[in-house]
Write a protein that binds this ligand. Sequence first.
Ligand SMILES: [Zn+2]
Length: 427
Amino acid sequence: MTAIRETAEKLWRGELTTREQHPFTATGELEEIAPKVAFCRWLANFAVCKTDEGLVLIDCGSYLNQEETLAKVRSYSSARVHTVIYTHGHLDHAGGMGPVAAEAGRNRVARPRVVGHRAIAERFDRYKRAPQYHWRVDALVFGAEAAFPTDFVYPDTYFDHQLNVVAGAEKFQCHHARGETEDHCWVYIPSAKVLCTGDFFIWAAPAAGHPLKTQRYARDWAEALRAMAKTGAEILLPGHGSPIFGAIRVRQALNDTAEYLSKIHDQALELINQGAALDEVLHSVKPPAALADKPYLAPLFDEPEFTARNLWRVNCGWYDGVPAHLKPAPQAEQAREIAQLAGGFERLVERALAKMEEGALAMACHLIEWAAMAAPEDASVHAARARIYAARAAQSESTLSYRIFNAAAHESAVRAGLTLPQSGRRF
Ligand SMILES: [Zn+2]
């Protein structure tokens, strides 16, 4: 058994968990997983398919290691790249196109056709308008140091709903659906019975709630997964993490993930229709326990609570139902008022630390934020804030919570002149 298949088998059986090997782990393994179809386990995975007309790539890796990605492709075949299909415009999937296009120029062969959903153009335009913001997000979430790109290889072949990409005798069926992004597609290769899911499947709870990104679409996402389950695919190549081998397993993973999202969606909508405020939705909606226990649905990157927020946003807008929040006083003014009522920001710090000792970390964070906003220059406030967020980060299972809380801990540690121990955890 090859290394990729062996890992896939262990993950499915629970002999290896995604907590031990996070889906974002870029092992760099590249193997032929079906005749003429190779898969690379990368930060965001990609596939390389051999056809009589040249190679077809499904995704092309991140902007952070573009030359390495091309070298991976070349370790499998030296044939001309005929087409690159973007599953979506996120730059861990569609950021590696530059060297592929440049290579075609050097070799004096036709530049590869680039296929993607129509909304990818608007995404790249948006990235160009806010590069510093996106650089900060990638630095926060992935620890990226390189500057965010300002130049992109746009698709030259756009589609809206469905497109059959033909290369030689092979067909690549591209199906658009909204999910993690509005520009997503999943790709089915009928001759190999291989399904490339993009980020509709990532070996973790779907990233349908990301706090730093634009709107995501849990309901459409579930429908797309059900459509994928009907293809009869025998191999699932996910956007992140390990493949799944075997038609029964593939169908189960897709349908379970669809059900997971549907249940979250239905609970949120029921509360919304009953007139609940956002607060009640956030604290009531839970994924079904039987599904949350599946090895491919652990909240390792995103969290169901964030998905509930996005369901609120897509159905209701941003007003959370609390009238004071419609046109709020500046938070620093609110914090100074609360600190005065408490008898000084020092009382808030004491109470925050007491709450931390009790294990009430969410409340400890509220209290210390009020203290920090009331006395932003006070070193003792930041010393406490660093401890509290370090504890919160340590308790966070998802990458997004971990990285955001950890950044807050380090920000305050610097301001308090402290050195926090390195956890060694990346995601
Ligand atoms: Zn991704």
